[in-house]
Design a protein around this ligand. Sequence first.
Ligand SMILES: Cc1ncc(COP(=O)(O)O)c(C=O)c1O
Length: 394
Amino acid sequence: MNWPARFARRTELMQRSAVRELLKVTGRPGMISFAGGLPAAELFPVEALEAATQRVFASRARPALQYGETEGVPGLRDWIADRFSSASNPLTRDHVLITAGAQQALDLLARVLVNDETPVIVENPTYLAFLSAWRPFGARFIPVAVDNDGLQVDQVEALPESESRLLYTIPDFQNPSGVSLSHERRRQLIEVADRRQTLIVEDVAYRALRFEGDELPSLMDLASGRGSAQVVQLGTFSKTLAPGLRIGWVLGEPQLIDKLVLAKQAADLHTSTFNQHVVLEAVSSGLLEEHLPRLKSAYRERCDAMLSSLRDCFPAKASWTQPTGGLFVFVTLPEGVSVRKLLAEAIEQNVAFVPGDEFFCDHQGSSTLRLNFSHSAPTVIREGIQRLGALLEK
Ligand SMILES: Cc1ncc(COP(=O)(O)O)c(C=O)c1O
């Protein structure tokens, strides 16, 4: 069979993710991996999830094992609507669609919002699998730089109005940079979006993982405070409970949710009913309130270990972000260092990371790298950063 001749044209826009390829070597024994965005498996609330599973079997095994509504299990939609409601933004289950992780939310949003050549403003760098999800649908990415206060909103404002239809952002502890959008810029962004009727896709995958400082208002809350529905928000239990559950959600206007439901019906009928019941059982018995403080304290310790090792071991001319939550630190190396060569040598020394240029939609960032701190214990982090520092010194 001549397979290339059989594939749909959109497959030409599907690119192999370097992260996925790298993850293949990160399983090697002894490998110190700063590569994936993996939560710490040893911190998964295993016993609590096991107990929640048993309670689901005992109380509602049959509905939990049956086909379910495409929108999701009503009780879980109610719980999410409740959790994210505010005075200016009262939400009901009609605003919620449960998805197979936030990744499916991104895919469904592309299906209902993106045509060939639809301009989409993106942070540069941004979440790699967002680019992979939207590119095959014909999205034309318009990169806007990120600094220590997040997306440079002035640059968004400077774009022609015709390019300002859609914007994707991760305002909290962004993947890959670890930075957050400042309060001032959040207000500015909502004001610009409102004026230009820009639809903002707000990805809050890391929002619950703040380990330092005060919470900032979400873009959705700021928009609804102005009486505007310019924001659709997507979230996930992957970073707060466990990614293997594959439970995420979209929050948005019922008209948009209805369209997403049609797209989801065609994609997979519904998200695992059983897993939704387990998550509902776990969160409604207070698991997050108990688990999140533990998780955040461990991630703070790991982030501190990474930042102090970077200070001790990396060249003075290197710089890096100072995350106050999330899973990542983003490093910029002095001009002229080949990050690809460093990666090849690092893998020989059993250390892995992701070259930063993977996250730029216009191939910039050749001297940057993303380091994940959540996956390894502090002593392992120090050892890995020392090895990278020694290679850089060479
Ligand atoms: C910014 C961002 N959004 C969405 C996702 C997808 O998460 P999941 O599909 O596990 O919910 C990730 C995963 O790493 C992410 O970093």
